[in-house]
Design a binder for this molecule. Structure first.
Ligand code: ADP
Ligand code: MG
Length: 237
């Protein structure tokens, strides 16, 4: 891999089930991501986007093929090593925010760090405060998810994904549950964070407005990469 290489998968196959119920969902994917990329993962429902993101996120092991990120062979790694690697290097944003309802916005953002360390520290609190400022929610720190709009909750989820300074954020239809204006705000935020922090984002989406703002589009159809191209021009914010 080159100096800017972040991850590489080769001949990645995922099969679910056994015997007659067996179904192959990913048919030999080859994909490289570089540090700092902003890439959209497109494809019809059922094409394997979530399965691919789940494997890249080390939440699921491939049936065969190779998966290397930051020089670490994640197929050979133990579950404990994979968990530690995930906590340190990968953030997640899902379609539904998955915030904990009894925690404030600030506590939710701190969670990834506090959960690994088993306690909260002043440094974590400062980092979470900074992140909530960055996503435009400085005045919502003490609000619980139930008191925020869908777009605000998803911005908290983006802040939480960034808490441990990951090299990669995997976002699975992050705006799929939002209205147009909130979706555009969340995507503008992701674009800005990508430029400022150099964190690589891979975003599955059906939304042309979202994919148009990504520098690269990767399209999955029936578990195979149909297209992988970089967009030359990009609309300004
Ligand atoms: P997408 O996110 O593009 O809609 P998915 O990755 O969720 O696609 O699903 C791709 C295919 O894999 C679908 O046919 C789905 O039913 C199947 N699938 C996903 N997860 C599982 C699972 N845990 N067990 C069996 N089949 C699964
Ligand atoms: Mg999906």
């Amino acid at each position: 891999m080159s100096g800017d290489a972040l991850l590489s998968v080769r001949k990645l196959v995922k099969t679910f089930g056994e015997g007659e119920a067996q179904a192959t969902v990913l048919h030999g994917i080859d994909l490289d991501l570089q540090r700092g990329e902003l890439a959209a993962l497109l494809g019809p429902s059922g094409s394997g986007k979530s399965t691919l993101l789940t494997i890249l996120g080390t939440l699921l092991k491939p049936s065969s093929g190779t998966h290397v990120m930051l020089g670490v062979d994640l197929v050979a790694a133990s579950e404990a090593e994979r968990t530690r690697f995930r906590n340190e290097n990968i953030g997640f944003v899902f379609q539904f925010h998955h915030l904990l309802p009894d925690l404030t916005a600030l506590e939710n953002v701190m969670m990834p760090a506090a959960a690994s360390a088993g306690r909260e520290t002043a440094a974590m609190r400062a980092r979470a405060t900074e992140l909530l400022d960055a996503v435009g929610l400085a005045d919502r720190r003490e609000y619980r998810p139930g008191a925020m709009s869908g777009g605000q909750r998803q911005r908290v989820a983006v802040a939480r994904a960034l808490m441990n300074r990951p090299a990669l954020v995997l976002a699975d239809e992050p705006t799929g549950n939002l209205d147009r204006q909130s979706a555009d705000q969340v995507m503008a935020l992701i674009g800005r964070i990508n430029e400022e922090s150099g964190c690589c984002f891979l975003i599955s989406t059906h939304d042309e407005h979202i994919s148009a703002r990504c520098r690269r589009r990767i399209e999955l159809v029936d578990g195979q990469l149909l297209r992988d191209d970089a967009i030359v021009t990009r609309e300004a914010d």
